[in-house]
Design a protein around this ligand. Sequence first.
Ligand SMILES: [Zn+2]
Length: 232
Amino acid sequence: MNVRCFTLGAFQVNAYLLEDPVTGQCAVVDTGDGPQLANTLMQLDPRPDLRAILLTHAHFDHAGGLADLQQAFPDAVTWLPELERPLFDTLPRQGSLLFGMPEFDRPCGRIDHELRDGDAIDVGQMRFHFLSTPGHTPGQGCYYDDTYVFVGDTLFAGSIGRTDFPLSDPDLMHASLRRLLALPGLLQVCSGHGPTTTLEQELQRNPFLDFLRRERGMDEPSGWSLPLGRWN
Ligand SMILES: [Zn+2]
């Protein structure tokens, strides 16, 4: 699978273009907040054969460009986590209602399929598994194959998604991180913001995964724990 990352808009969201090298069929993960991704993809030569739009969650910075993308690529089918539907439906007023930023109110676009935990999506010879990871939002999810996991705002290099938004749930976030970090450590983590990492690297070093290291009886990462013993 060929993966290209486009970092878009005021919130520097990462949208990913995934291409099956055998058939040339493509999927995107997330859309950015406006027409920038659609315009960028339309200008690529050759223009990508876009078959699927996979949304990690329905915050406007990730899903607000859906209507523009569907206008440019009307044959692409759009997948949304089932539990994310209520948040998705707020897109026309989400900027105003949830964030006090009416300039980011966006049209909804069209959802063709809703996803449940354990579902799989085939695009060309690519197969993506869907893992439901609510917490940052009610229905956020991750898409993974044998090499990559696209995590939206669940996990970042050195951080995790915020859980202080309306409709966020810190307890669900912990349970979701536990499930996500149970996937193979070699998976390349493609986050909704910031650089790529691996699950193993985050399990070793991410300060927000301390609870997992405790649960697993792992040593604290070097440089993170205070050296209390030296002061006794
Ligand atoms: Zn978000």
